[in-house]
Design a protein around this ligand. Structure first.
Ligand SMILES: [Zn+2]
Length: 187
């Protein structure tokens, strides 16, 4: 597979209705940038302009790319619908050494990344017959930065049974509530 901006755009366009149907939230993707770069992480940045960062070196095939784009397109849906929680997260991140605030930032990140991972896995299984986490050592992941994804998703799946209505309500819940739900694993 030759990874081009055109291919990434095509996959983003195909992902939008699928992601919206799954999470019942609208995306805002009339205009966005796609950047192929040589970094170590794929991602989505919402400011100053919506941008998808894709590392060709990290992606093995089309299935994997599609799966990643479910996750990244969902970040846009989260951001478009729940701007306040992203703003709060950015503010909290500045206070790296105040334990109480670190806990809050950690819990918000667990919700954001855990939910994106939940959507990514559900849609990949449903449409691609693929689970991006099969063969991944979850215990090892838990001990590094990806803890947010693994821990967050586990809670959403186990405590909330993946219930979309209940999960969407968490984005506007008081942050103290999120700390109670996700905060037990903070670093
Ligand atoms: Zn993410």
């Amino acid at each position: 597979m030759k990874l081009t901006e055109k291919l990434v755009r095509k996959i983003i366009e195909e992902s939008i209705p699928v992601v919206e149907e799954e999470n019942k939230l609208k995306t805002e993707l009339d205009d966005y940038l796609v950047t192929l770069w040589g970094g170590f992480q794929n991602g989505y940045i919402h400011r100053p302009k919506q941008k998808f960062l894709i590392c060709p070196g990290l992606i093995e095939g089309k299935k994997e790319l599609k799966s990643i784009m479910f996750h990244e397109v969902f970040h846009n849906a989260q951001n478009s619908n729940f701007k306040d929680i992203f703003e709060l997260y950015e503010n909290l991140r500045k206070y790296k050494i105040v334990k109480n605030l670190v806990k809050k930032a950690y819990s918000i990140r667990c919700l954001i990344e855990g939910d994106a991972t939940l959507i990514e896995r559900n849609l990949s299984k449903k449409y691609l017959n693929y689970d991006p986490y099969v063969g991944v050592n979850l215990e090892l992941l838990k001990n590094n930065l990806d803890d947010y994804h693994v821990h967050g998703e586990k809670i959403l799946r186990e405590k909330f049974k993946g219930n979309r209505k209940d999960i969407n309500e968490l984005y506007t819940a008081p942050v103290e509530e999120l700390v109670k739900i996700f905060g037990g694993n903070e670093k």
